[in-house]
Design a protein around this ligand. Structure first.
Ligand code: ADP
Ligand code: MG
Length: 238
């Protein structure tokens, strides 16, 4: 389960409203991409969904239950950041185990989930290494592994590949898409990269200045852009 509904959600920082009233439904199991230029509110929106920022007004529901006042750790969502945020002094295994240890999951179950995640992400041979001994792509996989073991209702990715070089990025896009195929878990993926949006999304949400300009499949946006902004943004090469 992992349907996420935003109902008249707004966000202001001081006097500045960066998200005007916004309605949006993310369907269970869908790979949804938030795309838009830098500063349009993609990260803010993701952080509101994760509960890392308080919304100024409106409501968020997860699987039909109001989650507006539910703290981030209790929302059942896993956020994967662009900075890897791994613990440098811990092995890969310990990094992946960390959120389960915090949640009090027993050792046998921890090991089962770590082995499954490591297998899914091709990390089995790296479990005893430290982050410093891994490539950028491998570190990103560990960060994803740490999210997978929590068995979240949805994964939230904020430009997870922006620190990787172009070749690695293409490979990781495929890996994340394959992971979605396998897990069929709701994923929200933030990027300013149109190519990433067009190749990975079931559904794209085009944002401009905190406003949803259009929601649709890559094909719909390509064939029937709702306005010149969407047409220009989707059509412009990276
Ligand atoms: P994006 O991720 O699309 O690049 P952000 O969500 O980071 O955009 O930012 C949206 C707007 O909100 C920007 O104008 C940014 O300056 C502003 N903003 C984001 N976080 C804060 C904050 N903590 N305090 C003040 N303004 C912020
Ligand atoms: Mg951002």
């Amino acid at each position: 389960m992992g349907q996420i509904q935003l109902n008249q959600v707004t966000k202001s920082f001081g006097d500045v409203q960066v998200i005007p009233p916004l309605d949006l439904t993310i369907e269970d199991g869908e790979f949804t991409v938030f795309v838009g230029p830098s500063g349009c509110g993609k990260s803010t929106l993701l952080r509101l969904i994760a509960g890392l920022e308080d919304i100024t007004s409106g409501h968020i529901a997860i699987d039909g239950t109001d989650a507006t006042d539910v703290p981030p750790a209790k929302r059942g969502l896993a956020m994967v950041f662009q900075s890897y945020a791994l613990y440098p002094h811990m092995s890969v295994r310990k990094n992946i185990a960390f959120p389960m240890r915090m949640a009090g999951i027993d050792q046998a179950e921890q090991n089962r989930r770590i082995d499954a995640a490591a297998k899914a992400l091709n990390l089995t041979d790296y479990l005893d290494r430290r982050p410093g001994q891994l490539s950028g792509g491998q570190r990103q996989r560990v960060a994803i592994g740490r999210a997978i073991v929590r068995e979240p209702a949805a994964f939230l990715f904020d430009e997870p590949l922006s620190n990787l070089d172009a070749a690695l990025r293409v490979g990781m896009r495929l890996e994340i898409s394959e992971m979605h195929e396998r897990l069929k878990t709701t994923m929200i993926y933030v990027t300013h990269d149109q190519v990433e949006a067009m190749t990975m999304a079931d559904k794209i949400v085009v944002l401009r200045a905190g406003i949803v300009e259009q929601v649709g499949s890559p094909l719909e946006l390509y064939q029937r852009p709702g306005n010149t902004f969407v047409a220009g943004f989707i059509g412009s090469p990276k």
